[in-house]
Design a protein around this ligand. Structure first.
Ligand code: SF4
Ligand code: SF4
Length: 169
C-alpha cells in the first residue's frame, strides 16, 4: 500500500493512461459490484484520511442548496453572509466553496473546521465505497483522483490485480 503523497502523484500521473484503459476494461468485462466494493472497502479501511487530507487541498467542493443552509447554520451566520464570504461560482461546477492557496478554506492543518456539517461530496470522497450508482458508473473520475488520493490509487491497483488486467499493452 502506497500512502506517500509525492509517490502517489508521480505514480498516478505515470499510470494515467493505464488507469483510463482499466476503466474501459471494467466496462467491457463484467465484474460483480460486491467484489469491487469489498476491495474498495478494504483499502479505505486501511488508510487514515486524517494523516492525508489531500483531497481538501486539491479538489473543489460543489455545494447543494441544503448544504449552504446547514453550513451557514453551523458557522452561525446568515445564508446571504455565507454565500458572500465562503462561496463562489465556478463556470464548470456551479456553486463551490471558496479556496485559499492551501486548499479548502475550512481546512485547518489536516482537520476540517466544519466536519460535522461537511458537504456530502466530502463525506463520500473519493466516491469509491460511497456515492450514487455503481462503482463502475463512478469510474470516470478515478484515473484523475488516483494522481492525488491514496485510496483511489491503491484501489485501482487492487482492481487491476483482482481482475487480471494487463498493465502493459
Ligand atoms: S479521501 Fe483520499 S485524498 Fe482524501 S484524505 Fe482520504 S486518502 Fe487522502
Ligand atoms: S469542507 Fe472540510 S472535508 Fe470538505 S474539503 Fe473543506 S476541509 Fe475538507
Amino acid at each position: 500500500m502506497i500512502t506517500d503523497l509525492v509517490q502517489i502523484q508521480r505514480l498516478g500521473r505515470k499510470k494515467l493512461e493505464e488507469n483510463k484503459r482499466l476503466r474501459v476494461f471494467m466496462k467491457t468485462h463484467h465484474t460483480a459490484e460486491r467484489r469491487l466494493r469489498n476491495i474498495a472497502e478494504e483499502i479505505e479501511n486501511a488508510i487514515d484520511c486524517t494523516e492525508c487530507a489531500n483531497c481538501c487541498r486539491v479538489a473543489t467542493v460543489k455545494l447543494r442548496e441544503r448544504e449552504v443552509e446547514s453550513l451557514a447554520r453551523f458557522i452561525g451566520i446568515s445564508r446571504k453572509g455565507f454565500l458572500q464570504d465562503y462561496c463562489e461560482q465556478s463556470a464548470e461546477e456551479g456553486l463551490i466553496l471558496k479556496r485559499t492557496e492551501k486548499g479548502c478554506l475550512f481546512l485547518e492543518g489536516n482537520m476540517c473546521a466544519v466536519y460535522d456539517a461537511r458537504p456530502m461530496t466530502c463525506q463520500d470522497f473519493p466516491h469509491l465505497v460511497r456515492g450514487e450508482g455503481s462503482i463502475l458508473s463512478r469510474m470516470w473520475e478515478m484515473p484523475d483522483r488516483a494522481t492525488y488520493c491514496p485510496i483511489a490509487y491503491n484501489t485501482l491497483e487492487a482492481f487491476k490485480e483482482a481482475l487480471g488486467f494487463a498493465t502493459r499493452k
